[in-house]
Structure formats: C-alpha cells, structure tokens
Design a protein around this ligand. Structure first.
Ligand SMILES: [Zn+2]
Ligand SMILES: [Zn+2]
Length: 397
C-alpha cells in the first residue's frame, strides 16, 4: 500500500514534477537500495584523462536530483536502518560460514578443524532477575523468556554499577591472540579445545584502574557454555551446525541496543537524551555511571562518555583473529566490484562505454552535509521498489 504523503512532501514533489525531474529524483532514491538514513554529501567528482589532462566526465552536487550525493549509511543496527542492517547481517553470515565451512576464498579443509561455539559471561555484580532451571526467580516471579527484567538487578541500589561499567570497558582486552589457517595437529580435538577454553577462561585476568583505593581486576563469570560445532561434512556428535551458528551470530549483529534496553546512538546529554527514550532503569543507571566515571581524569582513556550508550563497552560488535575467514571489508569490496562491473556493462550497452580506469584519474571532493531523507524523499523511497544496483555517484553517460 502506498503511504500517505505529508503535505510538505506533496508540495515538493509537485514542484519537481513541474520541472520534469521527478523520475530521475526517484531513481537517485531507488539507487540507495532502501537505506533509510543515507549520508548526504556536497562537492564534486572530476574524471581526468591521465595523459592529456582532458576532463572526461564531471558531476557536481547541483547536477544530482537531490542536490546532494546520497550514500548508504551502512549502519549495522536494524533500529537505525533496516536495509543496511540486512546487508550487514548477510555479510556476517557469509563471514562466519566461510570461516567454519570454507568458501569466499577459504579452503574447504577448515570444515575438518575442531570448532566450538563458546559463550562467556561477565562475573556477577549483584543478584539479578533470572530463571534458574527455567523456574521461579528469587523475586518470586516466573519470568517469561523475553522478559526485559531478566538480567537486571534485584536490588539496583546494591548492584555494583561501577564494576559492571568498568568490566564492559575492559571486555575487549579479554579477546584472544591471532588464529592460524594451518591444519590443526591430529591430537587437537574438539574435546581438548573445550578443556583449553575452560582453563583459559578460569585463568584469564586483565588489570583495571584503582578507584577510591580499590584495585579493579577483570575476569570472566563462572557460567561458560561450550558446544561443538558440526560442519557440513564433519562426523562429530553435536547439536549445532555451522549454519545455525552463523545465522545466530548474524542475527545478533543487527540487534544489540534494543535487547540491552539502551540507546542505539551516542549520548550527548544524558538528561535530555534519556527522557522519554524508553531506556530501561538498569540501562539508565549503567549510562549514568558511565557519565559519572567518564569525568574522572584517571579513566580518560576508557572514553566512557563516548561509549555510554554501549554501557561502557568500546570494542567492535565483532572481532576475529586475522587468519579466520574473509573480512567484512573484502565482502564489501566484492560487492562494489560487482556493481562497478554492472555499471560498465550497462554503459557499454547504452553505447557510452566507461573509460579504462587505468587511463583516468578520478578526483573526488565530497564533504559531509547531513544525514537522512527529506519528507519527499522518504515518500519516494516508500513508493518505489529499491534498486539493488550501484549507489552513490551515478554512472557516466
Ligand atoms: Zn542505511
Ligand atoms: Zn525476578
């Protein structure tokens, strides 16, 4: 169904239609492939023949129907941009799958490597609402599985928010060393790997700051879940397939903020940003603790105010050892190359072949001019099928 266009949007669209620009405008929006919060750029691009200095092609922001170059936001969070989050989810799925089963340039032999899906936990910072054995919580309730209260403190005033925030801020340091693509030795079984992870998790400790005479040190919590992963042709006995693991991680990658009850963007002012934001009481306390600790000069390097919306965690959503699988960058480059090849094919079909990239210098001067779609653009986006093809600068010709 076509959504109703707001009055302002109708006026803008009517003005454009009079100039006959509406279809090219719609096309520029379609090229965003459904991105809801594109990045807007002002500037120009000049393609110059390397040998002669002749300008082969030129485009400026004024030539573009939106008056600006629009590029996809590439945000991984579904609450920020469903379309870009979906691309991120698929890329993450391929990355994990390639690392477990091969493909995308990774040899199929990796499928024979022992692998496990290990879930580490933070230590306890105070009693929380939970479902021991799926049963009754200490508060007396039978919490449903999706109850947002789960994992939040029974008594917030006695919960160690300071340690919780500092643990989050140091979690990235608990990440392991680089992996290796070599074949594992015959004795390296999934059982041995499980034992090694158990003892490593028990021993791992990273030093923290000294605050009010208390020297913080960070360790993992007692709960540790390790399950062997079964690759397509791996004859182990396990319930987890590599595809199930990849799908789980990929789905989780596009969530995060909403499952933790926090905000999906950095906080500038905790007072105004938190009012009416739907942030849970627990997340609010974590955020305010970050804000408070973020003012301490001795914690300056943790940048707790910048990462307050992440409850202190300042790492990437996902990290991997260098030798594991392909990279997200390589997957994005593959997509860009594919789009470039498509653009070349289309231009050749339209008898405007693109110049050989080896003979042309591309000079780009684009600067940030804002984010998002205007009301008219949002309406155009909602009424047209997104184009899966190239985004950004239009093709020559
Ligand atoms: Zn987007
Ligand atoms: Zn409870």
């Amino acid at each position: 169904m076509t959504p109703a266009a707001p009055t302002a949007a109708i006026r803008q669209l009517a003005a454009l239609a009079q100039h006959g620009d509406l279809s090219s405008y719609a096309h520029q929006i379609q090229r965003l492939g459904g991105c809801e919060r594109p990045i807007r750029m002002e500037g120009h691009r000049l393609d110059v023949h390397a040998a002669t200095g002749e300008v082969v092609w030129e485009i400026t922001d004024r030539d573009l129907p939106a008056g600006q170059l629009l590029i996809r936001c590439n945000n991984r969070r579904a609450t920020r941009c469903a379309s870009c989050a979906e691309v991120y989810r698929k890329d993450t799925f391929h990355l994990v799958t390639a690392g477990l089963s091969g493909g995308k340039g990774i040899g199929p032999a990796v499928a024979q490597h022992p692998s496990v899906f290990a879930t580490f936990t933070a230590p306890s910072f105070g009693p929380v609402h939970n479902r021991p054995g799926g049963g009754r919580c200490r508060c007396g309730c039978l919490h449903p599985e999706d109850d947002p209260a789960l994992g939040t403190p029974l008594d917030p005033d006695r919960y160690d928010y300071r340690a919780a925030v500092l643990w989050n801020a140091h979690a990235g340091k608990l990440d392991g060393p680089d992996g290796a693509e070599d074949a594992p030795p015959a004795w390296a079984t999934a059982e041995l790997l499980t034992d090694a992870i158990r003892s490593a998790a028990r021993l791992a400790e990273t030093p923290g700051p000294v605050l009010d005479g208390h020297a913080y040190a960070f360790r993992f919590g007692e709960q540790l879940d390790i399950r062997p992963i079964r690759s397509a042709d791996f004859a182990g006995t396990s319930e987890l397939s590599s595809r199930a693991v990849a799908a789980y991680i990929a789905k989780y990658a596009t969530k995060g903020a909403e499952t933790a009850g926090t905000l999906d963007r950095p906080i500038r002012n905790p007072i105004t940003d938190l009012i009416g934001s739907g942030v849970t009481d627990h997340a609010r306390r974590m955020i305010l603790t970050c804000w408070h600790l973020g003012a301490l000069p001795e914690l300056e390097d943790l940048r707790l105010r910048k990462w307050a919306h992440m409850l202190g965690f300042r790492g990437h959503f996902s990290t991997k050892s260098r030798a594991y699988s392909v990279t997200l960058g390589a997957l994005r480059q593959e997509r860009a190359d594919h789009n470039e090849a498509l653009a070349r094919e289309r231009a050749a079909e339209a008898s405007h072949p693109l110049p050989d990239p080896g003979t042309v210098l591309v000079l780009r001067h684009w600067r940030f001019a804002g984010t998002g779609l205007t009301a008219a653009e949002a309406w155009l986006a909602a009424t047209r099928e997104p184009d899966a093809g190239a985004e950004g600068e239009p093709a020559h010709g």
